[in-house]
Design a protein around this ligand. Sequence first.
Ligand SMILES: Nc1ncnc2c1ncn2[C@@H]1O[C@H](COP(=O)(O)OP(=O)(O)OP(=O)(O)O)[C@@H](O)[C@H]1O
Length: 212
Amino acid sequence: MSSLRFDDVACWRGGRLLFEGVSFALGPGEAAIVTGPNGAGKSSLLRVAAGLLEAAAGTVVREGMVALADENVALDRDLPLKKALRFWARLDRRGDTLPAAMEAMGIAHLAPVPVRMLSTGQRKRAALARVIASGADIWLLDEPTNGLDAESVGRLEQACAAHQTAGGIVLAATHQGFALASSRSVNLSPFVSSEVETRFSTSLEANGFGGL
Ligand SMILES: Nc1ncnc2c1ncn2[C@@H]1O[C@H](COP(=O)(O)OP(=O)(O)OP(=O)(O)O)[C@@H](O)[C@H]1O
């Protein structure tokens, strides 16, 4: 059974506290959208959830396999798209799920096109297809709708709904409209307190940036 839980989690990055006291729990079929202004720490929270960044305080518990889609597409630019995606599908031992994932994101027809020749939105759809094909229980999506046209956003929403129906979890950070079934909000704004700003200023001054 998949689950993702944050208990009183804090995150320091770049010498400052980004957020603290973040708690939420997601079980099978549940989803949450992380909101907050630029720099609040949304991407950092997803990296903490993925286990790529250590929490400064609190506990992160994840049960199930995790897949993260962020701005790093991580596909070989010189390979045809399907071969580049197959590399990851093999690592995940999920070669059989790749055609359906490419179909779901509307990129099946791009299979022979080298990754370097794809448009921004097509590359984004490929990154999302990689997550869909991974078979991971917990999808971590950083700004998943950036660069996507309306049809692709709809495709992604459908893929997320199917994932949730199958018992999967979705945690997405976004500034834009993105419909996730029965999702809750994890808002980082309240954690950008004046205390944090003061600590940031102090940190800048300590590092010789006081005049900025
Ligand atoms: N690799 C890094 N090393 C050090 N500090 C970093 C790094 N990446 C981000 N930060 C710091 O973490 C802060 C939060 O960044 P993060 O990308 O998590 O915010 P965000 O809420 O996702 O922002 P945005 O809405 O602009 O995408 C940044 O302001 C920066 O100070």
